[in-house]
Design a protein around this ligand. Structure first.
Ligand code: IPM
Ligand code: MN
Length: 347
């Protein structure tokens, strides 16, 4: 039987219960689909940091390299470990080490979810550059703590990085409704963003079947609220994509519905799948975390692994649950109840 090896990193807070939910759904989908999952769980988290002084062991990345895919719950527990430490110790190094340069985030309303825009139908696929740009990590501080203190954080846009994410986005648009929105701020940022716009123009002739339009980030933020149905694939830099995908999550009803995939398209390294939401310390012990974002991310993982039928089954099971009003209102249903509702369609 075909077996896929999966590294599970539940992480912190609600990452633990939603990973458990996703794990149960994956098992059910595998049984139905006639394949197997060999899962290995790693306790890398802020609690692990408190014990060992690191978010993962020194060979953590090498340990993960051998897996077919990685599933991550959430990272961060700011009361104990500053976010700048925990994220740079686990999530961000994995994205960079495995060159998971395409962060894919689907935004659409599930049946039964009204959303703040009052059920305006839309289906947006955000593609966020995930390894460089504004989150390159290049910078420094001098004269720390003095009135002369200086902090510099440099955005890095390489031709390799910009071209590959744009090509990825063009390909996605080609598989969908053929529309691509490329998001920059080239009226104000005259080097990096003008460069991004130029690369978009250079690639355009290679994708004559894709209708590409460039937007400024501020106008795109407004468009996602006022005319989300006008959008198909949206591609943006690391920071802009980060912000737009929280906006996307909001219009689809909240972070409890926002799934994501950190893809290494070359497939020489594992890709990582995670809900967009964080560890949510405020609700972490209440048992009410919505597992739908995690379960949807698990479906994206199966799709990437080459099991599109099982992925579609999971999505249909999520939709059957939300259509019955389960998991649609934040805090109303318990994590186990939503998980059970999804599982009931996967027997
Ligand atoms: C996300 C998160 C992370 C990011 C943070 C926690 C570093 O906000 O996945 O969107 O911005 O990449
Ligand atoms: Mn974010």
């Amino acid at each position: 039987m075909k077996t896929y090896s999966i590294a599970l990193i539940p992480g912190d807070g609600i990452g633990v219960p939603v990973t458990d939910a996703a794990g149960q759904v994956l098992e059910a989908a595998a049984r139905r689909g006639g394949f197997a999952l060999a899962t290995q769980t790693y306790p890398w988290s802020c609690a692990f940091y408190k014990q060992t002084g690191a978010m993962m062991p020194p060979d953590g990345v090498e340990t993960l390299r051998g897996f077919d895919a990685i599933f991550l719950g959430a990272v961060g527990w700011p009361a104990q470990v500053p976010d700048s430490v925990s994220l740079h110790g686990l999530l961000l190094p994995i994205r960079k080490a495995f060159v998971q340069y395409a962060n894919i985030r689907p935004h659409r309303l599930l049946p039964g979810v009204e959303g703040p825009l009052k059920a305006r139908q839309f289906d947006i696929l955000c593609i966020r550059e995930n390894t460089e740009g504004e989150y390159s990590g290049a910078g420094g501080r001098v004269h720390v703590g003095t009135p002369d203190e200086v902090a510099v954080e440099t955005s890095i846009f390489t031709r390799t990085g910009v071209e590959r994410i744009l090509r990825f986005a063009f390909e996605q648009a080609r598989k969908r409704r053929g529309k691509l929105a490329s998001v920059t701020k080239s009226n104000a940022q005259k080097y990096s963003m003008v460069f991004w716009d130029e690369v978009t123009e250079q690639l355009k002739p290679e994708y004559p079947d894709v209708d590409v339009t460039s937007y400024h980030i501020d106008a795109m933020a407004a468009r996602m609220v006022m005319a989300p149905e006008s959008l198909d694939v949206v591609v943006a830099s690391n920071l802009f994509g980060d912000i737009l995908t929280d906006l996307g999550a909001a219009i689809q009803g909240g972070l409890g519905f926002a799934a994501s995939a950190n893809i290494h398209p070359g497939r020489q390294a594992p890709s990582m799948f995670e809900p967009v939401h964080g560890s949510a310390p405020d609700i972490a012990h209440l048992g009410i975390a919505n597992p739908i974002a995690a379960i949807w991310s698990a479906a994206m993982m199966l799709d990437h692994l080459g099991e599109p039928g099982a992925a579609a089954d999971i999505l249909a099971a999520i939709e059957a649950a939300t259509a019955r009003g389960i998991g649609t209102t934040p805090g109303k249903d318990r994590t186990e109840a939503v998980t059970a509702a999804v599982l009931s369609s996967l027997v």
